[in-house]
Write a protein that binds this ligand. Sequence first.
Ligand SMILES: Cc1cc2nc3c(=O)[nH]c(=O)nc-3n(C[C@H](O)[C@H](O)[C@H](O)COP(=O)(O)OP(=O)(O)OC[C@H]3O[C@@H](n4cnc5c(N)ncnc54)[C@H](O)[C@@H]3O)c2cc1C
Length: 300
Amino acid sequence: MNMENDYDVIIAGGGPAGLAAAIYSARSGVRTVVLESLAVGGVAAATPVIENYPGFESISGFELSQRMEAQAVFCGAEIKYARAEKIEDGEIKRVALSTGEVLRAPALVLATGSEPRKLGLGGEKELLGAGLSYCATCDGNFFRGKTVAVVGGGSHAAASAEYLAPIAKKVYRIHSGKLAVADGVENIENARIQALEGNPLTGVKLALPNGERTLELNGLFVALGYTPASELIKGLVATDGNGYIICDEKMQTNKNGIFAAGDSVKKSLRQIATAVSDGAIAGQFAAVYAKRFKNLTATK
Ligand SMILES: Cc1cc2nc3c(=O)[nH]c(=O)nc-3n(C[C@H](O)[C@H](O)[C@H](O)COP(=O)(O)OP(=O)(O)OC[C@H]3O[C@@H](n4cnc5c(N)ncnc54)[C@H](O)[C@@H]3O)c2cc1C
């Protein structure tokens, strides 16, 4: 056995959930590694301004992520820049990395996050933070007193429009079907966004049954739902119909020793504060699991 590759707790994903898990796991004295395929901080690191993380009236996602990473390292966690490519379950879990290495540990935390579904239109990426957002709870306040639209026909879009109604001057809800919308929201049904206009965003070009229309906007909230970034977990742990991981109150999945945290988990609010909460619980109980495992194997 190569001791270099043996840990007590392996955490896949270095976003807020993974880093919080690392702080709790490493602080409780077990050998902890965080695997991150891109950059620590995850989605949060790319968010220019965060105004709803307790303790900071306003902080850049990059700075918040740097602080979380420094704290995880200070507590004794190791950060490895590699993609977790394959997980083999067992008493000892084996995680194959993009570097060719294989890591082993009795406890694992899955914290690989989720991604907002995109419109798939030209300029979408460039407009992120310049009038286009995927998160009303996160960015709604930047559009106080402005004209915005929410695009999407599901519950995520309904909740986003309802959240924005008392904040914005005007809220449109754009969707391709026919449905009722909340008070204070103007319904644009049977509509499809054809193009995004301006940079920063000045409006959208809509295709409607009776022709085209340009809708002038200060902000567009794309609320088409999220996809868990969890190819890694397919067939490994139980998920709901949308692919989100189902956990118990200790953030343990249906597999012993496999915990999960953050946006990849089935829950009702995907935010940094809730990712950190999940991570704290998952890290704490993954460490407890690893310690019990070590004690049991030592007495065998
Ligand atoms: C545009 C936008 C703005 C937002 N603004 C706010 C805000 O203002 N306030 C707020 O509270 N929340 C905000 N959110 C939500 C918040 O960013 C997320 O809820 C939070 O980042 C979730 O943390 P996480 O650790 O679960 O996932 P993520 O942040 O997605 O992190 C997951 C990490 O795992 C890594 N990873 C994935 N797969 C693998 C693998 N196989 N191997 C290794 N690493 C892997 C990814 O690279 C990533 O770094 C925003 C979200 C979006 C999309």
